[in-house]
Design a protein around this ligand. Structure first.
Ligand code: ZN
Length: 234
């Protein structure tokens, strides 16, 4: 049995057991007891699913009423993803996972700093309340938000509305990667992901202590639009 199939089976078995123990009405409201997997296992599940996606061998898990029905009683995602809002980077699909598997925050440029309570609080909730042990910041090739930051690096007020603030937030990553060898856009995309990873690592009072105690791992990845592959950053 594949890892994800095994997990899904265990979740279903747990839900059935809860239902049998508590009766019809109370069982519907009972949270599932199955804990989120450890960080290593969660990362393995993500990368295994991505390998299926790259090969065109996706399994479309967790899409039937039998899958999503029991989730009304509670969620138990295996990881939290901070990804870009780009329409070409949907985490459940590119990791070949289903409903209830991933707690996802998507914002153009997948950045943390300046996003305030929305992004930080969402990730903290996933860790503190849902017991997620893996957070992945997921950038992607040809990211328009990073491109805009490069293009408007030295402009004072070049873009309308809040777009300007968004781009300004990404500019430090562009500046930090300016003198790296290689492709400037790819360097800025990787650096922007690592900036977000570093900010989450040091984010008190929820994430930083969890990282220090070994309960949480925060990793960065970059998705390639052309191949579908996620490469982990170290
Ligand atoms: Zn993007």
């Amino acid at each position: 049995m594949q890892d994800r199939s095994r997990r899904r089976f265990l979740l279903s078995a747990g839900a059935a057991l809860t239902s049998a123990s508590l009766g019809d009405t109370s069982a519907m409201a009972a949270p599932r007891a199955t804990p989120a997997p450890g960080a290593d296992k969660a990362l393995h599940l993500l990368m295994e699913g991505n390998a299926h996606f790259v090969k065109g061998a996706i399994t479309h898990p967790g899409r039937t009423p039998e899958d999503f029905g029991p989730l009304a009683a509670g969620q138990n995602p295996i990881a939290a993803i901070l990804g870009c809002a780009d329409s070409r980077v949907p985490p459940e699909i590119l990791f070949d996972l289903g409903i209830g598997d991933l707690f996802i925050i998507r914002v153009a440029g997948n950045y943390v700093n300046g996003a305030g309570a929305s992004v930080k609080g969402s990730i903290e909730y996933a860790v503190a309340e849902l017991g997620v042990s893996l957070v992945m910041v997921l950038g992607h090739s040809q990211c328009g938000a990073v491109k805009a930051a490069i293009q408007h690096l030295h402009d004072k007020d070049a873009l309308p509305g809040a777009i300007n603030d968004l781009v300004n937030t990404i500019k430090p990553a562009v500046l930090d990667s300016e003198h790296m060898p290689g492709d400037p856009l790819e360097n800025a995309i990787r650096t922007n992901v690592l900036h977000s990873v570093n900010r989450l690592h040091s984010l008190e009072p929820v994430l930083a202590p969890a990282v220090r105690s070994g309960k949480l791992n925060i990793v960065g990845g970059v998705y390639d639009l052309a191949t579908g592959k996620v490469d982990l950053l170290t």
